[in-house]
Design a protein around this ligand. Structure first.
Ligand code: ADP
Ligand code: MG
Length: 241
């Protein structure tokens, strides 16, 4: 059974059809990489999966539940599926711990003491237990992104969506964030990640989706997709002949 079943999803912004009938099934524990040129609809797809955008046609079923495009359903969907962005969006006046505690307390109404215990556990999981009291500007970009990952994990999502989470980082900080993602994958977390890190996609992901102009242009195991791109569009994207 799939954990996330995306079927014939279409999404328009005005006259611009951005997703033109996307179907992808993600199995529990699977790590799926989404690659493709800027503007191909990758971010929009992730935003649809966790209910930040409504879809116009098709269906998205998460853990067996279909979410209708009303606020109650979309809010429930956002609670189930975590998302991490290129920009870390930490509150600058809150400590790392405070940032990880906040949404638990506000959205889930978790008591402060319990939220703190979860925050300590999740910061430990991303290797930052010792930074509980640090403010974001006392942390490197890589550490801030790891706090953002801890914050998402604190909501106990059944899957995590990552949208180019290393793209804003200096090259030397990319590895520490990818190492955390790799560990989550090894622990069985279901991940869908838009990424430009082709080596990471090849080494860690179970499947690669190449999006082109709002469609799934190629999909397959990384060794197939990277070693034997079938379409000129993917060959061009990968820079191979
Ligand atoms: P990618 O992440 O692959 O670069 P996006 O999903 O961000 O692609 O964008 C795909 C297309 O959708 C682009 O043409 C973009 O301009 C358009 N788009 C994305 N979000 C919106 C929005 N909120 N309103 C209007 N157009 C949008
Ligand atoms: Mg994008």
């Amino acid at each position: 059974m799939s954990l996330i079943a995306i079927t014939e999803v279409k999404k328009r912004f005005g006259d611009n059809e951005v997703l033109k009938g996307i179907s992808i099934d993600v199995a529990p524990g699977e790590v799926v990489a989404i690659i493709g040129k800027s503007g191909s609809g990758k971010s929009t797809l992730l935003r649809c999966i966790n209910g930040l955008e409504t879809i116009d046609e098709g269906s998205i079923v998460v853990a067996g539940a279909q979410f209708l495009p009303d606020e109650v359903h979309l809010k429930a969907l956002r609670l189930k599926v975590g998302m991490i962005f290129q920009q870390f969006n930490l509150f600058p006046h809150l400590t790392a711990g405070g940032n990880v505690m906040l949404s638990q307390m506000v959205v889930k109404k978790t008591p402060k003491k319990d939220a703190e215990a979860v925050a300590r556990k999740m910061l430990d999981r991303v290797g930052l237990a010792h930074k509980f009291d640090a403010l974001p500007d006392e942390l490197s970009g890589g550490q801030q992104q790891r706090v953002a990952i801890a914050r998402a994990l604190a909501m106990q999502p059944i899957a995590l969506l990552c949208d180019e989470i290393t793209s804003a980082l200096d090259p030397e900080l990319v590895a520490e964030v990818l190492a955390v993602v790799k560990e989550l994958a090894a622990e069985g977390m279901t991940l869908v990640m838009v990424t430009h890190e082709m080596r990471f996609a090849r080494d860690v992901c179970s499947r690669v989706v190449f999006m082109h102009q709002g469609r799934v242009h190629e999909i397959g195991a990384p060794e197939e997709v990277f070693a034997n791109p079938r379409t000129p569009e993917l060959r061009q994207f990968l820079g191979v002949q």
